[in-house]
Design a protein around this ligand. Sequence first.
Ligand SMILES: NC(=O)c1ccc[n+]([C@@H]2O[C@H](COP(=O)([O-])OP(=O)(O)OC[C@H]3O[C@@H](n4cnc5c(N)ncnc54)[C@H](O)[C@@H]3O)[C@@H](O)[C@H]2O)c1
Length: 336
Amino acid sequence: MNILVTGGAGYIGSHTCVELLKAGHEVVVFDNFCNSSPEAVARVQKIAGKSVSLVKGDVRNREQLESVLREFKCEAVIHFAGLKAVGESVEQPLMYYDNNVLGTVRLLEAMEATGVKTIVFSSSATVYAPPQYLPLDEDHPLAASSPYGRSKMMVEDILRDCYRAHPDWKIALLRYFNPVGAHESGLIGEDPDGIPNNLMPFVAQVAIGRRERLNIWGGDYPTPDGTGVRDFIHVVDLATGHLAALQTLTEPQCFAINLGTGTGHSVLDVVKAYEKACGKTLPYIIAERRPGDIAEYYANPAAAKRKLGWEAQRGLDAICADSWRWQQMNPNGFKP
Ligand SMILES: NC(=O)c1ccc[n+]([C@@H]2O[C@H](COP(=O)([O-])OP(=O)(O)OC[C@H]3O[C@@H](n4cnc5c(N)ncnc54)[C@H](O)[C@@H]3O)[C@@H](O)[C@H]2O)c1
């Protein structure tokens, strides 16, 4: 199948491109590189031994999307392009609604105009915040505590409305838990600009010596060791989840599915596993809780197994080993 991958140069997109190429699909990456580098796509080609078509463009540009969908005869879209920093979304909500919500509307218009009816969308477990019960299943009430989370909820609603209006569309809404790790080749991985927002790249940068120590936000949560608990999913497992979703979309439908492992690990569990992977002691301090952070959440992955025939394969040790390999081989990320 010819697949348009918006945001395909990014962290999750690049890993998904590898799996799509391995499965025999043709891939067109469409990315404006606002948070990524074309080098990631070069590395994807190296890993897969196949070429990728790369178009620099913004998903808010409907005309350009239409011509790309036509030129490459795309049959499906995987839509990763978007901004993802929760804190930044609180400070600049309009930028998030413009990029994440209006960008998706422009993309859907381009799909409608060109007759492309299959889309897999990157949603997020933030649509369950704050959790009312655990583990989080897909029937959990939807709510969001930031403009970022609301942008994901809005796009989910828009896609459900599109399906009501066009019941011949095939739509998968994938709610990711906490993507971490890197490709086992060490060639692609997460490459945050500036100070990492997420735990794993921060730990990796402490391990490589780019940062002095880790700040753990909150040590007094009602969790076994007092630190926050999350459902960390290896990015390659997440990538294969997209392949499983595409394979499930043989008939018109619209569904939402969690992509998580079902197991929660605390921040201190991650630090210990990373210390084992890198063979060093990682300095950290326990700081104040961050406002808005949640003590604990993890997925109920049963529906993913039932519906997609997919479940995560890789545990925390593999996650840390792969992250460390990527960090060691690329101490400055994709920059030379
Ligand atoms: N990483 C996470 O923790 C996480 C969790 C849940 C959901 N998600 C969602 O998954 C998707 C991918 O996340 P990621 O971690 O790979 O992020 P990322 O920033 O690495 O990748 C996003 C890609 O989209 C591109 N992009 C952004 N705006 C664009 C635009 N207007 N036009 C074209 N390209 C644009 C960026 O340059 C980047 O390459 C995002 O939609 C994100 O919200 C991520």
